[in-house]
Design a protein around this ligand. Structure first.
Ligand SMILES: Cc1cc2nc3c(=O)[nH]c(=O)nc-3n(C[C@H](O)[C@H](O)[C@H](O)COP(=O)(O)OP(=O)(O)OC[C@H]3O[C@@H](n4cnc5c(N)ncnc54)[C@H](O)[C@@H]3O)c2cc1C
Length: 433
């Protein structure tokens, strides 16, 4: 078969890998000038490694991604350093990477609340029965089982940060279960950065015969009545036996307007948050304690949600001695941070860095980059499993695999690989019939 894949992120490339190995001819259309999608990175002159546009790491449990890397024979390039994550409490930060540190964290006192925190954590790690959990919100479940104090101190800041005031009370408890179930304190990356892996993967795909067309945005997909083939309209118009789209649900509605109203309605009903991230190249280390990831509650008044010092995870000498710091937030796409210029955002963000290191001065900033995306984090509401769009769409030959469909798991490159390969499997299976 001649198969078109729209999007050269990890789901598109993983699908291309399996479809090509099964003997089919695959063309990937990618609107950007590089592969990697949301996990892509960039490199400043003088840097040996690239930095992700949006902070990225893997978990030790990311079996789909780590399995694919092994199949490609690239496992020697995966690193799992031991970076430090800290929690905020009363104006100070406390390491939170082990059970001992969790026990020592003063935010919950040392009595019943700590016990409830521990018991709820153990229950969520052990149970596999997530279905009943999606019938109730995080807000209701946690208040009941973890208790008011534990919820407002430990879990509410996480859901508020990820989903904002508008959605956080409506997010279902299966999302929280999946987060605790699938994540580890050990964090991994790829030598040279995620972009290096994406480029090596793309090079392997090209060797196998996959055609990857960069700067090739697709604007319309049609399936004219009576035709066995689907048509991709980009710079030119081409016909394929099958098409797999790996974009956002919103993009899917624009690309395939001929989808039946029921399916389109389902796509339009998928909610998501955007992300705004500024990356700084600093002349000095920001966190003198060597902290990598700061969990910041919105209520503490910081102008961003996450502060991540990438070079406390991977060495600064890979970046010509620059210290790489991310300041990021998850926001509704109509938030003012999507309109403000980089300079305006820096004026808002930089003064806050003194709270992490009082010696910080603006002239520490050698260079800054701003990346924004309207589609960063799907929002799973109650009974979400019943609303997930099917991978095989009602339009013959057209398939759809996105971050919004990896539920109950939370989005991530690991699940992009999983859904890409699952979609490829369905295309192959249905071609047999
Ligand atoms: C702030 C942030 C932090 C994250 N942190 C992590 C993390 O720590 N670890 C982790 O594993 N994951 C993380 N993720 C999630 C991860 O990036 C995604 O789950 C994954 O990259 C999704 O891959 P995908 O292939 O499904 O989609 P995408 O990566 O979105 O790929 C879709 C591709 O389609 C292209 N495209 C768009 N429109 C068109 C068009 N019309 N025609 C052709 N091509 C088009 C895009 O340019 C893109 O390359 C994070 C994401 C964000 C936003």
């Amino acid at each position: 078969m001649d198969i078109a894949i729209i999007g050269a992120g990890f789901s598109g490339m993983a699908a291309a890998y399996d479809l090509t190995r099964a003997g089919h001819h695959v063309t990937i259309f990618e609107s950007d000038d590089h592969v990697g999608g949301l996990a892509a990175g960039f490199k400043d002159p003088g840097w040996e490694w690239s930095v992700e546009k949006f902070y990225h790491h893997w978990f030790a449990s990311d079996k789909h991604m780590l399995g694919l890397i092994k199949e490609l024979g690239l496992q020697d390039k995966v690193l799992f350093p031991r970076p430090l994550t800290v929690m905020y409490y009363n104006g100070r930060f406390y390491p939170f990477d082990s059970i001992i540190q969790a026990l020592l964290f003063p935010g919950l006192g040392f009595g019943l609340n700590k016990l409830r925190f521990g018991l709820v954590g153990v229950f969520l790690r052990l149970t596999n029965n997530w279905k009943p959990l999606e019938k109730v919100t995080v807000d209701a479940w946690m208040r009941k089982w973890a208790g008011e104090k534990v919820y407002t101190m430990m879990w509410e800041p996480l859901v508020v940060g990820k989903f904002g005031e508008r959605w956080y009370r409506q997010v279902n408890m299966a999302w929280m279960w999946a987060r605790l179930k699938a994540r580890t304190t050990r964090l991994g990356t790829f030598k040279g950065g995620f972009q290096n892996f994406a480029e090596l993967f793309a090079a392997r795909l090209r060797e196998m015969g996959v055609e990857i067309r960069l700067q090739a945005p697709v604007v319309l997909i049609e399936h004219p009545a009576g035709s066995a083939r689907v048509t991709v309209h980009g710079g030119s118009t081409e016909q394929f036996d099958r098409i797999l789209v790996t974009l956002s649900p919103e993009a899917m509605t624009r690309l395939v307007p001929s989808l039946p109203e029921g399916y389109l309605h389902g796509l339009r009903n998928m909610k998501s948050m955007g992300a705004v991230v500024i990356t700084l190249a600093l002349k000095h280390q920001l966190s003198e304690q060597g902290y990598y990831w700061y969990n910041l509650p919105k209520s503490a008044g910081y102008p961003f949600l996450a502060l991540v010092e990438h070079t406390n995870f991977v060495p600064a000498d890979k970046f010509g001695g620059d210290h790489i710091v991310y300041m990021g937030d998850y926001l509704e796409p109509d938030h003012e941070y999507f309109q403000l210029s980089q300079e305006e955002l820096l004026d808002r963000f930089l003064p806050a860095l003194k709270m992490f290191n009082p010696k910080f001065e603006r002239d520490w900033v050698r260079k800054a980059w701003l990346y924004r995306t309207a589609y960063a984090q799907p929002v799973p509401l109650v009974d979400h499993s019943q609303n997930i769009p099917a991978i095989k769409t009602p339009v013959d030959g057209v398939y759809f695999a996105s971050m919004s469909q990896v539920y109950p798991w939370d989005r991530g490159t690991n699940f992009a690989v999983e859904i890409g390969r699952r979609a490829a499997g369905m295309i192959l299976e249905e071609a047999k019939v």
